[in-house]
Design a protein around this ligand. Structure first.
Ligand code: KG4
Ligand code: ZN
Length: 348
């Protein structure tokens, strides 16, 4: 049986085909970055229209690359939330139409659950199964920071961000420096040549004993530092940044990584982590990958990191999460699937 996944929750239109053991046969991602770039962020109305334009081509390419056609698809999985409602409706409606027309089941997938299991996906024709539970998951993206425990038949939320998401902090700081959108990849690159120990920046403990994250204090401290230096967001070539600025950005990245590792360590102390699956766009960050791998080696905890192509939004992870859900619970009637702009992890 082949699974077709559709992802349209934000600014990537993506369609993927997996086999029943979670081998990725194709994963086509069409980015809308260029359409949103002039506005410095994602414009919901433009996103929805671009999905409508891009989806048919992306769909055809995904089938062609998997060397299959629509008659082989036995299960459809589509992101139903959280995300931009107009954008979600494009992918979910296409998925419903396909499921109705072919008489196959449809699984509405939580985008965050897609990220959560993406650490298990392998390129090169390898299977993503089995997924051994329980494990802990850290989902860090442009919209979310979530630490959860994945049990046999439920996901228990342990900590989340109270304000900004880490990717959002990367994006806002990069925009103020004049490095464009998205900010994470360019800050990652620039920080690589800076000294991350030079500036002490806050790592946002909430102070009430919870393991929740908070990144707005760090963001504000950074914007203040940038203000002191007269930085006003005019576009700048990252190669031309001086060593003070690369040190500052490296220190900022280190503070984000330190905050994430700090909460992972706290949860490990509280309840013991058997394996940690890290995911979401920020899981592409080199320093986060390096630091968490070292943390895992020191604690003898396996740390699973998605291949970089599966960190940012993609439909392979949606197809895989849909496949896991289907194996566990089966599927409901396609007509019951509704798009939801908000959908916390762990809520069915
Ligand atoms: O998962 P994703 O594609 O979309 C959301 O669901 O939010 O994540 C996008 C976020 C952006 O904020 C982007 O700046 C960040 O992931 N990101 C990174 C890196 N690559 C992408 N952040 C830090 N380091 C990176 N290398
Ligand atoms: Zn995402």
């Amino acid at each position: 049986m082949l699974v077709l996944g559709i992802e349209t929750s934000c600014d990537e239109t993506s369609v993927a085909v997996l086999d029943g053991e979670g081998r990725v046969l194709s994963n086509v991602v069409s980015s809308q970055l260029a359409a949103h770039a002039p506005y410095g962020g994602v414009v919901p109305e433009i996103a929805a229209r671009a999905h409508l334009e891009n989806l048919p081509v992306t769909f055809e390419q995904a089938l062609a690359r998997a060397r299959t056609d629509v008659s082989e698809i036995g299960l459809v999985a589509a992101t139903a939330g959280p995300g931009l409602i107009g954008a979600l409706l494009v992918g979910l409606s296409a998925a419903k139409a396909l499921a109705f027309a072919r008489g196959v089941p449809l699984v509405p997938v939580n985008h965050l659950e897609g990220h959560l299991f993406s650490a298990y996906l392998r390129g090169g024709g390898e299977t993503a199964l089995p997924v051994e539970k329980p494990f802990h998951g850290l989902v860090v993206s442009g919209g979310h920071a979530e630490l959860v425990r994945v049990e046999q038949d439920r996901i228990a939320p342990l900590a989340r961000t109270r304000d900004d998401a880490p990717g959002e902090a990367f994006d806002k700081v990069a925009r103020r420096v004049g490095l464009g959108y998205p900010g994470g990849p360019v800050v990652d690159r620039v920080a690589g040549r800076g000294n991350g120990d030079r500036y002490r920046l806050p790592i946002g403990r909430t102070g009430d004993g919870s393991n929740d994250f908070s990144f707005s204090g760090l963001k504000t401290a950074m914007l203040r530092e940038l203000g002191k230096r007269g930085v006003d967001g005019r576009p700048i070539d990252p190669e031309s940044l001086d060593s003070d600025m690369t040190d500052l950005l490296a220190s900022f990245q280190r503070a984000i990584v330190a905050a994430l590792v700090d909460r992972v360590e706290a949860v490990h102390r509280d309840e013991g982590i058997r394996a940690l699956a890290v995911s979401g766009g920020v899981a592409a960050n080199s320093e986060l990958r390096r630091t968490l791998s070292k943390w895992g080696a020191a604690r003898r905890v396996p740390v699973l990191l998605p291949e970089r192509g599966f960190t940012t939004d993609n439909a392979a992870m949606i197809a895989f999460a849909g496949l896991l859900r289907y194996r566990q619970n089966g599927a409901r009637q396609p007509a019951d699937a509704a798009a939801r702009s908000r959908w916390p992890l762990g809520v069915s």
